[in-house]
Design a protein around this ligand. Structure first.
Ligand code: TRP
Length: 444
């Protein structure tokens, strides 16, 4: 999409575009390991609550700001409330955070690419669980392999952005996301029949609330924002393309339902395999790479070709899902550099490749840097920015303007009735809850 006048054509187009941005490594890679690190079912309950009570209002806020201003993340707030440095600064943060996220996002993209290439060689067929785990640890601890893969993944994505051929990959993602959905369901069937899988199922459905503390809530909220692409202006930018007649509440709820379903299915595919393979659920970012190949290996017991084909399609779909997300993250930076410094698309891409690529190399070689950057972006910055957005909508924008956007100037009777509840959530519940979670997280 280039001009500001372009609009999404229909409700399904809006939901599909936003779900496309939402569904990515956040659902398949990050959600399962967060669940594993932070208490299983109890985390899932916190995550559902966070999505319903906080992410949904933040989502509606971002679309409101975007549609009202018809601007991208960087200039939306200064457009609606000109002359205040603070909102320009918030806009700037909304550009920097996605780029930081992009740096380590591409490292995981690189791991997925690596596993895709391994699938081409049918290398997971008939592997024992310990062989599966050692594949990942050898790969990730090698000096050059993850770096080469990370730079290749980022290189391809940046090339796509530089040459404006995103349309191609986005079309491809319309096939690969449903394919991934289907495959995950197939994998659930395999995963739950592995010996020892029932422990994993119990882990996902039996909440142990003694594990929940302030930190868990911060992680659950961070994960919910991350997964819905909130707190970094991506949805503001999408919002600027949303048609006046569109129902913001329905689009938000639709996207959240898609995204949640995807994450929970991924949890059910992966966690039973984690337990069956005897991996620690809190094994961290490598969790899916250590457990999923075990599902493929057991599929290969009967017919090896099927296992090889399924693992190939699975990792291909993950690479594509990650690439579409990565492309939109890079696009944020490209738009900003173009608007602010008049840099050409190609020059911006080169610059971003060097900056994000460099930081990504550090993340790739230093797990502690990776973890800190992810923690800082997802659990701190996304919350800080989401807080700024709801405060902007609740206290800076006029209530009437917010009402006009959310109810489409009174044309949506259900939203007219819900407006006071949604507005209360935006103005009071969301900022207070996010602030409390941020503060307790810092103090703990
Ligand atoms: N939500 C994406 C995922 O789950 C990742 C992501 C975060 C993203 N922020 C984004 C994608 C902004 C596109 C734009 O993987």
């Amino acid at each position: 999409m280039s001009g500001r006048k372009e609009r999404f054509g229909s409700r399904t187009a809006v939901i599909m575009a936003m779900a496309g941005s939402a569904i990515g490594l956040g659902n398949i890679w990050r959600f399962p390991y967060m669940v594993g690190e932070h208490g299983g079912a109890a985390f899932i309950v916190m995550y559902l609550l966070a999505t319903l009570l906080l992410s949904l209002p933040v989502f509606i806020t971002e679309v409101t700001i975007g549609r009202r201003s018809r601007k991208g993340a960087f200039s939306a707030m200064s457009e609606l409330h000109p002359g205040h440095r603070i909102w320009e600064f918030v806009g700037l943060l909304a550009v920097i955070v996605p780029l930081l996220i992009n740096s380590y996002y591409c490292v995981i993209g690189g791991w997925s690419l690596d596993f895709l290439l391994r699938s081409c060689a049918a290398s997971f067929v008939r592997m024992s669980p310990s062989e599966v785990t050692s594949v990942f640890s050898q790969m990730s601890s090698s000096r050059w392999e993850p770096v080469v893969m990370h730079l290749s993944f980022m290189g391809i994505s940046t090339f796509i952005v530089a040459h404006g051929v995103k349309a191609g990959i986005e079309k491809f993602s319309k096939i690969s996301i449903p394919a991934l959905f289907f495959l995950i369901i197939v994998m659930i069937f395999y995963s739950v029949t592995l010996p020892g899988a029932s422990e994993g199922l119990k882990y996902l459905v039996k909440p142990d609330f003694s594990q929940v503390n302030g930190e868990t809530m911060a992680y659950a909220l961070g994960q919910s924002f991350y997964s819905l692409s909130l707190g970094m202006g991506a949805i503001i930018t999408y919002g600027s393309y949303v048609h006046k007649e569109e129902d913001i509440v329905v689009s938000g709820a639709g996207t959240a339902v898609f995204d949640l379903t995807f994450a929970i299915l991924a949890g059910f595919a992966i966690m039973p395999a984690v337990f069956a393979a005897g991996i620690e659920p809190g094994a961290g970012p490598g969790l899916i790479f250590q457990s999923v190949p075990y599902i493929f290996s057991s599929m290969g017991e009967e017919v090896p070709v099927i296992s090889a084909a399924v693992s190939f399609i699975f990792f291909l779909a993950i690479v594509v899902a990650a690439m579409t997300s990565c492309i939109s993250l890079i696009e944020v930076g490209v738009t900003f550099l173009g608007e602010k410094f008049n840099l050409s698309r190609k020059k911006s891409c080169c610059l971003l490749f060097v900056l994000c690529g460099g930081l990504g190399i550090v993340c790739s070689l230093q797990p502690s840097v990776f973890d800190s950057l992810d923690w800082f972006c997802s659990n701190v910055m996304l919350l800080v920015l989401a807080f700024c957005f709801v405060v902007f909508a609740g206290f800076v924008m006029k209530k009437e303007d917010v009402r006009e956007e959310i109810t489409n100037a009174g044309a949506k009777p259900l939203n007219v009735r819900l407006f006071n509840v949604i507005y209360f959530q935006i103005k009071w519940i969301a900022p207070i809850a996010i602030a409390v979670i941020l503060v307790t997280n810092f103090i703990l």
